[in-house]
Design a protein. Sequence first.
Length: 246
Amino acid sequence: MATQPLSGKSALVTGGARRIGREIALTLARAGADVAITYLKSQADASETAGEIASLGCRALAVEADVRSEASVRAAIHAVMAIFGRLDLLVNNAAVFQSAPLESISLEAWDRVFETNARGPFLVAREALAHLRAAEGRIVNIGSLGGLHAWAGHAHYCASKAALHMLTQAMAKAFAPQVSVNCVAPGWIELEQPAAAEAGARFAARTPMRRNGTAEDVAQAVLFFATGPKFVTGQILAVDGGLGLV
């Protein structure tokens, strides 16, 4: 069907239980894909999201997985293949966001952010690669505007996302021609967090589009890379309303 360009295909969204990951998973399901999501601690949210995917008429799977762990990632990919039998799309969404003055970042905090934000996508992509190649599939990494522009209070986060952006381009060269690899880099995204309302208002005032982004904005960008020309690969797409131009 023209309205379901992913019909007959399957996708895996890491960190897909809540927030942006949840919207990505639901958007892919609305496009016709069977969708598996991973979660680390949000089991109740994952079950709810999987139920919503199933209500759209697609097969759904929620898998507990720690993207920092080679064994856990390997088991998750095995579980997805056991149910779906194929993998056409991987969305590396699972991430850690932290704020801290650069001079006070502990080694433990630095490593924790990099383990999830950079090592995680590497591990998941590596373990999924054979299946993605067999399906001539696609990978979409979720980067950040912080990986393109330095934020003094988020040095470890920015550095990890910059690493993911470079990893995207390295993957695009290494996995071609069977697999295309691209990256969506969101700016400030509204996630119904009251504590961030004041900062959100400041960012919206600075953004040329005069609003902050939404999870749906990010999900639609992922859908573009999932369904658009496969000849597009190695690209970093900022979804920021022009904030990065300021």
